[in-house]
Write a protein that binds this ligand. Structure first.
Ligand SMILES: Cc1cc2nc3c(=O)[nH]c(=O)nc-3n(C[C@H](O)[C@H](O)[C@H](O)COP(=O)(O)OP(=O)(O)OC[C@H]3O[C@@H](n4cnc5c(N)ncnc54)[C@H](O)[C@@H]3O)c2cc1C
Length: 421
């Protein structure tokens, strides 16, 4: 643990995409290295992002090449080398989306170049007293810390959102995992699929579901992709108007947090895939490698005995006309997202942990009916406590969670840090 005699100037909670970029920005704004730390229980910065993007098998990011962790929007293009000399597959399409491996190399470069890893304290924040000496007393599972300002970059939070039928199927031993759960037994999934010749059923209609089904097939398994709707094709998570005044002007003019939540919810293209992923999914289905089933809803999973006397698992599907069908599967992978803020966050877990939700309630921090912060324009929830990512959605807007959301938050946090120095 950091044993500072006086409080840190900044404590960044969470070393993911947001925490890493914002720490880099704070250093650039003049915050001294000895006065800032990033606290995260993972062994290294970006661990959650790296694990999740690897699991999906994605090759390219959905976002354009100007969205990355460096300071200048064109840093990633410069890092990739001169246009004529660089590999042609490093960026894709009109928006020049970067190859994941390039994005990762660049992220490591940003971390290495500014020594961010040395600022990382490996611990989980478990509580916070905003009226501690010199600002905040922050409790972690590895001791206490003091900081004048705290910046919460704790991600989207929460447990993976499981459909309601999953609990009882799991209790009977059904082989169901969540793509973004604590562990994804990839080798076992693939081995089961190969051995039984039965597909891995991938439940979900978004980009991660599509990418994961393609990964299974690419690595020699078979997959069934089950969507509640038709394939929805959208280039980005939300309309580009949300990156600037076109949409944000009226968003910021709206003073009712519940209406802002509604605007955020309806602006995000949930359950959609960009054209090239949807195209690859369709092509794979046409070629016979992928069992693509739209407008179908899994409602259960049970064990049956085959004519040869063996056991196998069957997924029960309800189709649009309310008919039930069964599909034999080797395993089920849920790509149904991670807890989303709707009217209440109670059953999907609060970003950062329930301690934060409780603290906000007890100390009456300004919150919306959905339980999320209502921060000011400096992304300050209460004096000295700033938010970014999912927790800043009601101020930054529908792209708050994305990489560009970190860059948008950075402009405001940078101004705060410069005004203090
Ligand atoms: C597969 C996938 C692909 C994506 N692709 C794109 C894309 O192409 N473009 C784009 O813009 N966005 C993309 N996103 C969305 C978004 O950019 C990511 O979800 C991003 O990781 C969010 O960054 P974050 O820092 O808020 O959260 P995370 O990266 O999840 O990091 C949060 C960190 O906070 C830590 N933490 C949580 N609670 C505590 C605590 N109590 N104490 C200490 N530390 C804590 C966690 O350990 C974690 O390291 C993608 C998301 C996924 C899952």
């Amino acid at each position: 643990m950091h044993r500072a005699e006086r409080p840190l100037d900044w404590l960044v909670v969470g070393g993911g995409i947001h925490g890493t970029h914002l720490t880099r920005v704070l250093l650039e704004a003049g915050v001294r290295r000895s006065r800032i730390r990033v606290v995260d229980p993972e062994p290294e910065l970006l661990a959650v992002w790296t694990e999740h993007t690897t699991r999906t098998g994605m090759r390219y990011l959905r976002s354009p090449g100007v969205h990355h962790l460096g300071l200048d929007p064109f840093d990633l293009f410069r890092f990739a080398g001169r246009r004529r000399a660089r590999r042609r597959d490093l960026f894709k399409g009109q928006r020049r989306r970067p190859l994941l491996s390039l994005f990762q190399d660049h992220a490591r470069h940003v971390i290495g170049e500014s020594g961010l890893q040395e600022l990382h304290l490996r611990a989980r924040v478990t509580g916070m007293d905003p009226s501690g000496p010199g600002g905040f007393r922050v409790e972690t599972d590895r001791g206490g810390l003091h900081a004048r300002r705290v910046l919460l970059c704790v991600g989207g939070g929460g447990a993976p959102s499981d459909p309601s039928w999953v609990e009882s199927a799991r209790s009977q031993g059904a082989p169901i995992t969540h793509l973004f759960g604590p562990d994804l037994p990839w080798e076992d999934l693939l081995e089961q699929a190969r051995r039984t010749g039965l597909p891995v059923a991938v439940v979900g209609g978004g980009i991660s579901a599509g990418q994961f089904a393609l990964r299974v097939i690419h690595d020699g398994g078979t997959a069934a992709l089950l969507l509640r709707h038709e394939l929805r094709v959208e280039s980005l998570d939300a309309d580009p108007g949300w990156l600037g005044p076109k949409n944000l002007k009226s968003f910021h003019a709206e003073t009712d947090p519940a209406t802002r939540r509604h605007l955020v919810q309806s602006a995000r293209h949930r359950g959609s895939m960009p054209p090239e992923v949807a195209g690859a999914v369709r092509a794979c289905a046409e070629a016979g490698g992928l069992d693509l089933r739209c407008n179908t809803n899994p409602v259960g999973c049970h064990r049956t005995t085959t004519s040869c006397g063996g056991d196998r698992w069957e997924l029960i599907l309800r189709t649009e006309g309310d008919e039930e069908r069964t599909v034999p599967v080797s395993s089920v992978v849920l790509a149904t997202g991670i807890g989303h803020a709707t009217d209440t966050y109670a059953d999907s877990g609060f970003p950062g942990g329930l301690w934060l939700q409780r603290l906000a309630r007890e100390r009456e921090f300004p919150t919306a009916p959905c339980g999320f912060p209502v921060p000011d324009s400096a992304l300050q929830w209460i004096e000295g406590l700033h938010v970014s990512g999912a927790l800043a959605e009601l101020e930054v807007g529908p792209v708050a969670k994305n990489i560009v959301g970190a860059r948008m938050a950075a402009r405001r946090i940078d101004a705060v840090a410069r005004s203090l120095s």
